[in-house]
Design a protein around this ligand. Structure first.
Ligand SMILES: [Zn+2]
Length: 68
């Protein structure tokens, strides 16, 4: 099941809920204050532009090796 992110309308707590896609738009009870309800927000890793930092880890100045 996918995990969706919610944000509480009362305490602004953000939390993840694993639920089915069919129920992703349901309001989820806040686990923090237990009074507010969380409304779904877009998770970062779901945005297409959020993971463009991929590449070579530290592949900048790796030539030579003459570090003192
Ligand atoms: Zn809350």
């Amino acid at each position: 099941m996918p995990i969706f992110e919610y944000k509480c309308s009362k305490c602004d707590e953000q939390f993840d809920v694993m639920t089915s896609i069919a129920e992703r738009d349901e309001q989820q009870a806040c686990p923090s204050c237990e009074k507010g309800v969380g409304k779904r927000i877009l998770s970062l890793f779901a945005s297409p532009a959020g993971r463009t930092s991929g590449g070579l880890p530290g592949g900048g100045c790796s030539s030579g090796g003459g570090f003192t």
